[in-house]
Design a protein around this ligand. Structure first.
Ligand code: ATP
Ligand code: MG
Length: 289
């Protein structure tokens, strides 16, 4: 289990948006979160990231769960370029590399046991964290999201809103979270970047929850659909097309149950009416006798 929402209620100015939402997300799960406009999807993301608090109910999260949220508006620090911003997710590796360079200089002068040992530790850590491939990985993601090589040295402050969002996505995909929360990720992407993202997510091993109104995108990226409907969450196994079929079956089943209930009530009413009529006749007869 990565996190679990349990019987969540949330209102805004007396308007009850979530009325007992419960669902759980496990490692490796690929989930689409759907529901009509205003259903409360973004609100659920805000509750998970603790930007908002529920009125009641509980959210359990794995200890130190690292959440990667794609925000609607992304900002970068000053003096960053497209390339350095994408690589900023690897600050830790940069630090290790810098430390290794210092040790190398020390070793060139005098290779003490202690320095050698420290160097070997850092090297192992570097390798484990894909230290030799991270630049190539970052560059592949930049290209996939439409940042051609010519744009890598552009300063982030000169980027358009759409470019900033795409760069934010690149940085997020490189940041190695335990779970990705993507709110309408295809909004700022052109067709080829959407296709690239679909392929990327198909081989991505980290769990994610995607809010999207794009059914083709959901079909290609999700294996479970959670629908927020009238304030509660209903889970369906399978992709979006499968969800549509299952939901129709579920609604049909509910209609049948409702009709059965109605006909039961009608029959009962008839029975009661007849009985009452019968009793009245009896009473009338007994009075006559
Ligand atoms: N901070 C807030 N203050 C008041 N109302 C809010 C606030 N945040 C959300 N709402 C309302 O709560 C409802 C759910 O909003 P939310 O953004 O979660 O919907 P959504 O499912 O993400 O919709 P969409 O598909 O349009 O993005 C909406 O009616 C919205 O207006
Ligand atoms: Mg929303």
């Amino acid at each position: 289990m990565l996190f679990r929402l349990s019987d969540i209620y949330k209102s805004y100015s007396g308007n009850e948006i979530l009325r007992g939402v419960s669902f759980q997300v496990n490692p490796m799960e690929k989930i689409g979160l759907v529901g009509r406009n205003g259903a409360g999807k973004t609100t659920i993301f805000r509750l998970i990231t603790e930007e908002e608090a529920p009125d009641s109910g509980e959210i359990f999260k794995l200890n130190k769960l690292k959440i990667g949220l794609l925000e609607q508006h992304v900002d970068f620090t000053e003096n960053e370029t497209v390339h350095t911003a994408a690589l900023s997710a690897f600050q830790h590796l940069h630090d290790i590399e810098a430390e290794m360079r210092v040790l190398e200089m020390q070793m060139a002068e005098h290779a003490s046991e202690e320095v050698l040992e420290k160097y070997s530790e850092l090297q192992t850590e570097f390798e484990h964290a894909d230290g030799f491939t991270y630049t190539a990985k970052a560059e592949a993601i930049l290209l996939g999201l439409g940042f051609m090589k010519e744009t890598w040295n552009l300063e982030t402050k000169n980027l358009s809103g759409g470019q900033k969002n795409r760069l934010g996505m690149a940085r997020l995909l490189l940041s190695n979270p335990d779970i990705l929360l993507l709110d309408e990720p295809t909004n700022h992407l052109d067709v080829s970047a959407v296709e690239w993202l679909e392929d990327f997510l198909q081989t991505y091993e980290t769990a994610y929850v995607i809010i999207s109104h794009d059914r083709y995108f959901l079909d290609r990226t999700c294996r479970r659909i959670i629908e927020i409907e009238r304030g509660t969450a209903v889970t369906y196994k399978g992709n979006y097309s499968h969800f549509l079929v299952e939901r129709e079956e579920r609604r049909e089943q509910q209609r049948r149950e409702f009709e059965n209930q109605q006909s039961f009530i009608t029959k009962n009413e008839e029975f009661i009416r007849k009985n009452l009529a019968g009793q009245k006749t009896k009473m009338a007869k007994s009075r006559r006798n």
